[in-house]
Design a protein around this ligand. Structure first.
Ligand SMILES: Nc1ncnc2c1ncn2[C@@H]1O[C@H](COP(=O)(O)OP(=O)(O)OP(=O)(O)O)[C@@H](O)[C@H]1O
Ligand SMILES: [Mg+2]
Length: 346
């Protein structure tokens, strides 16, 4: 697999001192990588630096092995799709799409067929004569996407392109983008603060926190093995319990696990709600005990919160069948199918 984009030791600090530092990232050809993190963590700063709209203080950016750090945006083999569609309202869809190709002096007949192909790809065949004002938000974003695709960039950059759309449309657009990626083999860097979007869309996710990268991995890996306490807190639902290292084991009350990370002192033990089992009997003869506080039915599953006798409240996901045997106020035994331990600090 060849590396299409490499960001090497990049730092960009604004006058305020905010920004990003030590950004190292490699994206393979044909890969869709997502920058994920809360507002202000530096996602747009990284993306705009790749696109050439921002000048980093240090580090390098290579596309297909060539440094592009000195090139202005229009000379870079990148194209950017923004949250706001940035279409020209007084120009037809055809003219909006043809503009970049005319500048590149593509012959007229070729432009016509390229535009028709691009519109077909974004599921708007025949929309050439329409004006942006006659299109819905989702359709306008499809046109903006088509415009970027027509430029055949080596790397397509997308900055929260679907965040202005309603939930259903956002879902559809995700699926379409995935399909377009499969069809075109384009390399994409996608920015979002929506973890569900990142988990469903990405080949790999870059989790960012306060101007630096916390973890880069495949979605399943990020979910199953969050590398840091920050990622464990940020991705998905998670329970946290206070644990302690004692004689090379991590203990939470009567429960104990091997101390594989060689932690010491007080630790945080993270457990996914789907890994919390509830029962009338103790699990393997040991476990925690508690009282069911609340049962919330969430469609095909239920979230059960249990006040543990010592270790605070814990949430458990139960199937809709299993939850019929449970009721608020009931005493239960609590077991964990899996856990991850972290040092008790950020
Ligand atoms: N032009 C600027 N001048 C000064 N500070 C800036 C500038 N642009 C961004 N920042 C700051 O740099 C940090 C990173 O901003 P950035 O826009 O990259 O975040 P983001 O992750 O894209 O956030 P969001 O999800 O809100 O779009 C923020 O603290 C922001 O306030
Ligand atoms: Mg941003």
């Amino acid at each position: 697999m060849s590396i299409q984009l490499a960001v090497r030791g990049m730092t960009k600090r604004y006058k305020t001192g905010e920004g990003v530092s030590g950004i190292n990232l490699e994206v393979n050809k044909g890969e869709l990588v997502t920058l994920l993190g809360p507002s202000g963590c530096g996602k747009t700063t990284v993306l705009r630096s790749i696109g050439g709209f921002l000048e980093p203080d240090s580090g390098d950016i290579l596309i297909e092995g060539q440094s592009v750090i000195k090139l202005p945006p229009e000379k870079r083999p990148t194209s950017m799709v923004f949250q706001s569609y940035n279409l020209w309202p007084h120009m037809s869809v055809f003219d909006n799409l043809a503009f970049g190709l005319k500048i590149r002096r593509m012959p007229k007949a070729d432009i016509k067929s390229a535009v028709a192909d691009a519109l077909r790809l974004v599921r708007l065949p025949g929309a050439e004569k329409k004006y942006p004002g006659q299109l819905s938000g989702g359709q306008q974003q499809r046109v903006a996407l088509a415009r970027s695709l027509l430029l055949k960039p080596a790397v397509l950059l997308l900055d929260e392109p679907f965040s202005a759309l309603d939930a259903k449309l956002r879902h559809e657009m995700r699926e379409e983008l995935r399909e377009i990626q499969t069809q075109t083999g384009l390399t994409m860097v996608f920015v979002t603060h929506d973890q569900e979007e990142a988990l469903s869309l990405s080949d790999r996710i870059v989790v960012m926190n306060h101007g630096h990268i916390e973890q880069i991995a495949q979605p399943q890996h990020i979910y199953n093995e969050p590398e840091t306490l920050y990622v464990a807190e940020f991705i998905g639902k998670m329970n946290f319990l206070e644990g302690v290292v004692d004689e090379e084991r991590i203990r939470v009350g009567p429960l104990a696990w091997p101390n594989t990370k060689r932690l010491s002192g007080q630790v945080k033990v993270a457990v996914r709600p789907e890994d919390v089992s509830l029962g009338k009997e103790p699990f393997q003869g040991q476990g925690l005990t508690g009282t069911i506080k609340q049962i919330m039915i969430l469609g095909h599953y239920a979230e059960v919160s249990v006040e543990l006798d010592k270790h605070g409240v814990i949430r458990s996901f139960q199937s809709k069948e299993a939850v019929q045997l449970l009721k608020a106020g009931q005493k239960v035994h609590v077991g964990f199918a899996a856990m991850i331990a972290y040092p008790n600090k950020r």
